[in-house]
Write a protein that binds this ligand. Structure first.
Ligand code: GAL
Length: 342
């Protein structure tokens, strides 16, 4: 009887040992199954946009760092939609047919994202949108849709506060002709872009709230582009000689365009402010041409796009440092950049 008991104990121990070995064996098999490579399809609304190019550069760095840290090969295919939604739709189809694990899309037409969402949902491939926000109804269609941005209202309030602070310190640096009013012109981004409308509204509002006596001379849409802004500014300088005291720009490239026009016509001393903190924008702040800009942390911006994408591709949790609002929106921190404040 005692021997029988011993035998039973021995057998059950053996059984436990086998199970444990089998389980650890399974664990290592699972390890073998872990993804050794991920494929990410990225489509940019326009590859020649300065800010988007800065983000692209950071995304490429993120991919390299991820490969080094995790030993996972990242195949990141970055395509330029060259301003055509049709081209972008085709790029999405191609990415899906190539077996991408996740897509990162900077939509050409933010109101037309539903076509791309349909395709991604049908293939069960998550999408991280960035910079051009799909409409809410589209974002709410699936829990595998994300959006990364630098919040437009925050950018504008910070931009406005650069001017408010300057005015408080020295009103004469803005009210150049001393008539008690700061006369401004406005350079706006694409009319269909949510950022352009919100930035204009809140930049002007912040000046008013901050007690700067402003008066608008004129404004125009230069579609985020340096050359378009430069052409508009040249016309205004000619039409309103000696009257322009402030140039409010929805982004740095347009601010640089306005500065190009001033340089060409030999005019200086007009306060110009931008948004983005692009590489040439920051250079212009450093050399005193641009009074200030609002810079989003591009490393964090791209890090959020990449981090969400990589976690979706590998089936892991989104890293907690990428703080998402409503489980899908990431808003990148921003800061003022002026010569004294960096
Ligand atoms: C804005 C940015 C612009 C331009 C645009 C493209 O947020 O300030 O410079 O890049 O996005 O969508």
């Amino acid at each position: 009887m005692r021997n029988m008991k011993k035998c039973c104990i021995l057998l059950s121990s053996l059984l436990w040992l086998c199970m444990a070995l089998w389980l650890t064996g399974c664990g290592s098999m699972e390890k073998k199954d872990e993804k050794k490579s991920i494929r990410i399809g990225v489509s940019l609304y326009r590859g020649d946009d300065t800010f988007i190019n800065n983000i692209r550069g950071e995304l490429e760095k993120c991919a390299k760092e991820y490969e080094q840290e995790n030993g996972v090969k990242v195949n990141m295919d970055i395509q330029d939609a060259k301003g055509s939604q049709n081209t972008q739709n085709k790029q999405v189809e191609r990415f899906l047919s190539l077996g991408c694990d996740v897509l990162c899309i900077n939509p050409v037409d933010r109101t037309a994202a539903s076509v791309m969402i349909n395709k991604a949902m049908a293939a069960q491939i998550p999408v991280v949108f960035f910079n051009r926000q799909p409409v809410e109804e589209d974002m709410d269609r699936w829990d595998q849709l994300y959006y990364v941005e630098a919040e437009a209202k925050e950018s504008a309030v910070l931009q406005g506060s650069i001017v408010v602070e300057r005015y408080r310190e020295n009103p004469g640096s803005l009210d150049l002709n001393g008539d008690g009013v700061v006369s401004y012109v406005l350079l706006e981004g694409e009319s269909s872009h949510q950022d352009a409308l919100i930035r204009t509204e809140w930049s002007v509002q912040t000046l008013r709230d901050g007690g700067v006596p402003i008066e608008k001379i004129t404004g125009g849409i230069a579609n985020w582009e340096r050359s378009q802004a430069s052409a508009l500014m040249e016309q205004w300088l000619e039409k309103y000689p000696g009257q322009i005291e402030l140039v409010l720009c929805n982004n740095d490239d347009m601010a640089l365009g306005a500065i190009d026009a001033m340089d060409r016509t030999g005019i200086s001393g007009i306060c110009t402010v931008g948004i983005d903190g692009t590489t040439p924008g920051i250079e212009a702040v450093e050399n005193g041409k641009l009074v200030g800009t609002v810079s989003c942390d591009k490393k964090k911006y791209a890090g959020a796009i990449f981090g969400i994408a990589a976690s979706r591709a590998t089936g892991q949790e989104i890293p907690p440092e990428i703080e998402l609002e409503e489980g899908k929106y990431y808003r990148c921190p921003q800061q003022i950049v002026t010569k004294n404040q960096k």
